[in-house]
Write a protein that binds this ligand. Structure first.
Ligand SMILES: [Zn+2]
Length: 239
């Protein structure tokens, strides 16, 4: 690799780091917002659960009252039974008493069902509260971490920018100009390797002659399709 390519790649590397930090800086506040929303929804779930327990308690009380009043009615009817004069009245009352008993049995079943549900919910409540507490703690920790990262990013970017200035200084003017133009046009990946005889920026095939030239000279070429700077990646030799 020629010196100019090495220097260009050094600049490209630090620009990549700056880009990453800048995009991180943009995404962190969004992430914090998402986490805050998550906290709200976790709390809301718990509140709704507690609310439904209260509702169930109310329902059970109402059912108990209904049951008490049905039992009272039954007692009243049973007490009336010996006082009735005619057979007809007696039979009617017996029928009524049977209906009262059925009603009581229905109410008892309903009450048992409600109490079962209620007991289950109450048993589940501490566990759910603990879960929510842990979840919120975990979210808060993540938010603190993100805020710390965010507050340090500007300093990091500043440092990298001065490093980029230093590196840009060592890149030949003409090459630097083209590189800067590409980046201004939004092609952040302005310097790309040739992979399988194609520009790895846009995928266009590079004429074999151009590939050979770039490979032999060890410097930078230009993709005729997208204008990116292209180079032949040297294989890293190990050890
Ligand atoms: Zn290209």
């Amino acid at each position: 690799m020629k010196e100019e390519l090495i220097r260009l790649l050094a600049l490209y590397e630090v620009d990549g780091q700056i880009d990453e930090l800048r995009s991180r800086k943009e995404t962190i506040p969004q992430r914090i917002k998402e986490l805050e929303n998550e906290k709200v929804s976790v709390r809301k779930n718990l509140e709704e659960f507690i609310q439904s327990i209260k509702h169930m308690e109310l329902l059970s009380k109402r059912k108990e009252l209904d049951l008490a009043s049905a039992e009272e009615t039954l007692q009243k009817h049973e007490a009336q039974l010996p006082t009735l004069k005619s057979n007809e009245e007696y039979r009617a009352m017996i029928k009524q008493i049977e209906m009262d008993k059925e009603r009581i049995s229905e109410l008892e079943d309903e009450l048992i069902e409600i109490l079962d549900k209620l007991e289950n919910m109450q048993k589940h409540k501490p566990e759910m509260e603990k879960e929510v507490e842990l979840k919120i703690e975990q979210i808060d920790k993540e938010i603190v971490k993100l805020r710390e990262e965010l507050s340090g990013i500007d300093d990091k970017i500043k440092l990298l920018i001065s490093e980029r200035e230093r590196r840009a200084y060592f890149v030949p003017k003409k090459l630097l100009k083209r590189y800067e133009q590409l980046r201004k046009l939004g092609k952040k990946d302005a310097v790309v390797p040739i992979v399988d005889n194609a520009c790895s920026g846009c995928g266009a095939t590079i004429p074999i002659q151009t590939v050979n030239e770039i490979m032999q000279s060890g410097t930078v070429g230009i993709c005729e399709n997208c204008g990116r700077l292209i180079y032949w990646p040297e294989r890293k030799t190990e050890g």
